[in-house]
Design a protein around this ligand. Structure first.
Ligand SMILES: Cc1ncc(COP(=O)(O)O)c(C=O)c1O
Length: 236
């Protein structure tokens, strides 16, 4: 644990002790999101306004699914990787269930081959085979099993060609490999600070949404995802 973390935690604990609920105003706790998104924007090479701090990676992914997964008769499948983290798979399954769809709407691309080009071509092949019915491809940027990159350019091109959204999981890459999310040009990303960002208990996750989707109504609305000016007006 970095020594500065202890000092910062104690500063916030003291503020809380002295100001209790008024700390939200005194300590500008709500505005903390701005300084964190600014820093995270530098790591991701993204505009901070396109980043939101979420409770955990999974809750961020849930928000994105609630917002963007709008299955219809024709397009309702989600493609993920066979090696994907179980909790990501559970998130997708829960939205497939929420929409009362067949569990087979979740397709897993075989990425068991150690060679990244083979794994990538299996993902592209699955997209091609289901090009008319897939709604979202949701996958990790790097393989958690073999620590290699997938060729995201190829996957993104296939998604764009068929009008499929591309989401990426940055849990195993944030703070570990260089990321330029603007150049990656994915539709959305979800991440966590628990691994290479070395955060401890109470660590936060985050989401990124490509600015081309600015204005899309959040599927799960609350404090976050609402214009702060509106919130302040309603909670003077
Ligand atoms: C690839 C990946 N996805 C999802 C998660 C779950 O993250 P969280 O507990 O923040 O929801 C993790 C956590 O280790 C992970 O490594």
């Amino acid at each position: 644990m970095s020594k500065r973390v202890r000092e910062a935690m104690l500063r916030y604990m003291n503020d809380w002790e002295q100001h209790a609920n008024a700390g939200w105003r005194h300590g500008k706790w709500l505005e903390l999101e701005d300084s964190i998104t600014h820093k995270l924007g530098q790591v991701l090479r993204a505009d901070p306004k396109d980043i939101g701090i979420a409770a955990s990676l999974s809750t961020g992914m849930h928000s994105l699914m609630a917002t963007f997964y709008k299955p219809n008769e024709k397009r309702n499948k989600i493609i993920m990787l066979s090696s994907e983290f179980t909790s990501d798979i559970l998130v997708s399954q829960s939205w497939i269930e929420t929409h009362k769809l067949d569990p087979n709407a979740l397709l897993l691309a075989d990425v068991s081959d150690k060679i990244p080009t083979v794994a990538t071509s299996n993902v592209v092949k699955l997209i091609e085979e289901n090009k008319e019915t897939v709604s979202i491809v949701a996958m990790s940027l790097v393989s958690s099993h073999f620590s290699h990159y997938y060729d995201l350019d190829q996957i993104r091109q296939a998604c764009k060609k068929y009008g499929i959204l591309l989401f990426i999981d940055l849990a195993h890459s944030l703070g570990c490999v260089p990321i330029n999310i603007t150049e990656l040009d994915v539709d959305a990303a979800y991440m966590s600070s628990s691994k290479y960002m070395n955060s401890g208990p109470g660590c936060v996750g985050a989401i990124y949404i490509n600015p081309r989707h600015t204005g899309v109504k959040p599927g799960l609305r609350g404090w976050f995802g609402t214009d702060r000016a509106v919130l302040t007006m309603q909670n003077p």
